[in-house]
Design a protein around this ligand. Structure first.
Ligand code: SF4
Length: 99
């Protein structure tokens, strides 16, 4: 028996997911800061959905649209209070497509 394996990029698979934005109620927020800590700065590199970016002043900002709720940023920065992390309200957030 032969199993066919298709080469599919991770980005293409993630594109299959859908996201319902809860307008005006982001489920993750970044505490205001002047200079980001190394942990906060790391979020710009480790978030698989690329939700974190630095603005022109070097501060880290989040656009939670597209968040996959993986919890990586929560592990790195919630305990220090640098971010506040909650699950989206019911019916909002990521809608995974499996398969
Ligand atoms: S939970 Fe995961 S996908 Fe969502 S913002 Fe944090 S690191 Fe990114």
């Amino acid at each position: 028996m032969t199993i066919a394996i298709k080469n599919v990029r991770v980005e293409d698979k993630l594109f299959q997911n859908r996201y319902l934005v809860d307008v005006g109620r982001p489920h993750i927020t970044v505490r205001p800061h002047e200079t980001p800590s190394p942990s906060l700065l790391a979020l710009t590199r480790v978030c698989p959905a690329k939700c974190y970016e630095q603005n022109d002043k070097g501060q880290v900002e989040i656009t939670a649209d597209g968040c996959m709720e993986c919890g990586t940023c929560r592990v790195l920065c919630e305990a220090s209070g640098e971010i506040e992390w909650n699950y989206p309200r019911g019916g909002y957030g990521v809608l995974f497509k499996f398969g």
